[in-house]
Design a protein around this ligand. Structure first.
Ligand SMILES: [Ca+2]
Ligand SMILES: [Ca+2]
Ligand SMILES: [Ca+2]
Length: 212
């Protein structure tokens, strides 16, 4: 009578944690190695990530800011071979088709998308790419579009201005939250009234518990 033994490995918690960290590091390396550092990291689609790389990007701009009228390089994968892909801009409930392109034979998408000049500024924006036949949908992370030029005439272009609509040439920002003192509802509270009770954190007896 023969006997069979099945070797099993039951990793302890430390091993699982180490493997998870290693896998995360490998993933970060692979993704960062294949995309420019100023790509807007677009993470959540129904099938996978969509990547956006701003072109002609001002030095002062943050990764998630783009200028209205700027061209964006949009890339993704997992579409059907050579299918037509519709790319649209989403701002809340407003969805605006902006471009259609064709996936390559391997299902990869690479398209240049110009942000329409009529697109609303200073609101959360996403790009969506959807394949006509496969239904594959890639969705971007949120980014914010700024108008080209210097709306308030204070010498700082909107995309670089901590208060794009209020003249504040000194760009003072006491709480370092990226919003200039001149237009910051809580200029000394970088969390900007996190409990939403109308009292800024620097004068709120309990910044994390709404006062009633
Ligand atoms: Ca300005
Ligand atoms: Ca300003
Ligand atoms: Ca501020």
């Amino acid at each position: 009578m023969s006997r069979f033994f099945v070797a099993t490995w039951k990793p302890d918690t430390a091993s699982v944690r180490s493997i998870s960290v290693l896998a995360a590091l490998c993933f970060c390396f692979l993704t960062s190695a294949s995309h420019a550092e100023d790509s807007i990291v677009l993470t959540q689609g129904t099938h996978g990530p969509l990547w956006v790389t701003p072109t002609d990007h001002p030095d002062c701009a943050k990764e998630s800011f783009v200028v209205r009228g700027e061209s964006l390089l949009v890339t993704g994968s997992d579409f059907s071979a050579k299918e037509t892909v519709q790319i649209s801009i989403e701002q809340g409930d407003v969805k605006q088709p902006v471009q259609s392109g064709s996936a390559k034979a391997d299902g990869a998408l690479q398209a240049s998308v110009k942000i329409p000049v009529e697109t609303a500024t200073e609101t959360k924006t996403r790009l969506r790419a959807k394949g006509d036949t496969s239904g594959t949908t890639l969705l971007s992370d949120e980014f914010v579009i700024f108008a080209a030029g210097d709306t308030d005439g204070d010498g700082m272009d909107d995309i670089c201005d901590s208060c794009p609509k209020v003249a504040n040439a000194d760009l003072a920002d006491s709480d370092f939250d990226g919003i200039g003192d001149a237009c910051d509802k809580c200029p000394n509270d970088m969390e900007n009234d996190t409990d939403g009770d109308g009292l800024c954190g620097d004068v709120d007896p309990d910044p994390y518990e709404a006062q009633h």
